[in-house]
Ligand binder design. Sequence first.
Ligand code: GRF
Length: 215
Amino acid sequence: MLTLGVLASGRGSNFQSIIDSIESGFLKAKVALLVTDNPGAYAINRAQKHGIDHMVLTPKDFPGRDAYYSRIAAELKNRGVELVILAGFMRIVGKALIDQYRNRVMNIHPALLPSFPGLHGQEQAADYGVKISGCTVHFVDEGMDTGPIIIQAVVPAYHDDTEDSLGSRILKEEHRIFPCAIRLFAEGRLCVEGRKVIIKGDRKDFAVTNPPLDQ
Ligand code: GRF
């Protein structure tokens, strides 16, 4: 069974979707530890409700980024964590952690990368006027939302969308694809070659348009 460590800064709805996927049997994994940088994170309540250990570690209590991320890596290693999940962790993860977990840190981003990286991907997409947006699960490298892409889901975007309206359409898909990406990892079906993720198994062609075409 795959052992996960989760890093989250806020409400933790993606964390909850992972917990639910484990409890339903969809995901053969367990969460060994939640680490948060925010003592007020609602993700802590979710951990407590489901009997998951948590730690609050804040950068201000450490002499620098290296010390902070080395400590997180040490806590995760101590608990046998094999895959690190960034579920709304609102910081750029330091090299000290990435080096310990190369191609074993996954993030979810609320836009179709490489478009609209960084904060407020939903608002950036809504303001830009794209007709399609979505979300991306990717492995984490040293850049901001630049690592190899594992799964993307698309949703329509409309001219009157706001960060909230587009964001809630995207969030539903986040909750579907993050557990799927973790499951692919757990099944040993993901292989990283350069900046590409090769997924062993099915391949189906499809196309999406917005607006839908008449023909
Ligand atoms: C999500 O929109 C995710 O894409 C982004 O941060 C947000 C976290 O939401 N990385 P939640 O805490 O999982 O509800």
